[in-house]
Ligand binder design. Structure first.
Ligand SMILES: [Zn+2]
Length: 220
């Protein structure tokens, strides 16, 4: 066996989405998603199989944003190396911060973030208590040359819409950002292997991903 999966604990880090439906008046009724995620069944005539048309946006559920989301003509998911979206990851739980305190370069240093790391960040906070990624921390991650940043809904990606510091520092430097990860608090190890591959479709600003973490089991 090349990789024995029994030696790993696999954590599914993607949100499950329920598509909306059309009511009898033809109006769209949301499923689990506030943005439109409509699927319509059709029968593929040649062999009578069941298929779907999908109408949605690129930023629903767990998704990775590319430079093309922020910079016109920037790289899309097909122009970035595939290794960008998999590799050694470090998890940072900001539960030790006070409510509303932003992520700082000191937090990243304390977590031992290295060049080439995939950095996943979460907190136990909700609403206005959620930590934001400070402009200083965004700059630090760009200078350290992390590979990929991932957060869930417990983190504010931007400290302010005026500054757009993560987009300015990370996306402009070809460091993609994953949003709406799930189950991050189920991770037990500080370091693990992460995979979150985008679809190979040209010119998209962002892609849905199925994200997983592989944690090495102890005692083997
Ligand atoms: Zn997004």
């Amino acid at each position: 066996m090349v990789i024995d999966l029994k030696k790993y604990r696999i954590v599914d880090l993607s949100e499950e989405l329920v598509p909306g439906t059309l009511n009898t008046n033809g109006e769209y009724v949301h499923g689990s998603e506030v943005r439109r995620l409509e699927i319509r069944e059709f029968i593929y005539k040649p062999d009578n199989t069941i298929m779907h048309w999908v109408e949605t946006e690129t930023h629903i559920g767990t998704h990775v944003e590319f430079p093309a989301h922020y910079v016109r003509g920037g790289k899309d998911g097909t122009s970035l190396p595939i290794e960008t979206f998999m590799g050694e990851a470090v998890g940072i739980d900001l539960g030790y911060k006070k409510p509303g305190e932003p992520l700082t370069p000191e937090d990243l240093e304390k977590a031992g973030v290295k060049s080439g790391d995939i950095v996943l960040i979460w907190s136990p906070y909700k609403g206005d208590d959620r930590p934001a990624i400070s402009p200083e921390a965004a700059k630090w991650m760009a200078e350290k040359k992390i590979k990929l940043l991932g957060v869930d809904n417990s983190i504010k990606v931007e400290a302010s819409y005026e500054l757009m510091a993560t987009h300015e520092n990370l996306l402009k430097n070809d460091i993609p950002i994953i949003e709406r990860l799930a189950n991050l608090n189920q991770l037990k190890k500080k370091r693990f292997f992460f995979i979150g591959l985008p679809l190979r479709i040209k010119n998209l600003d962002s892609s849905w991903i199925r994200a997983v973490a592989l944690e090495e089991l102890d005692g083997e």
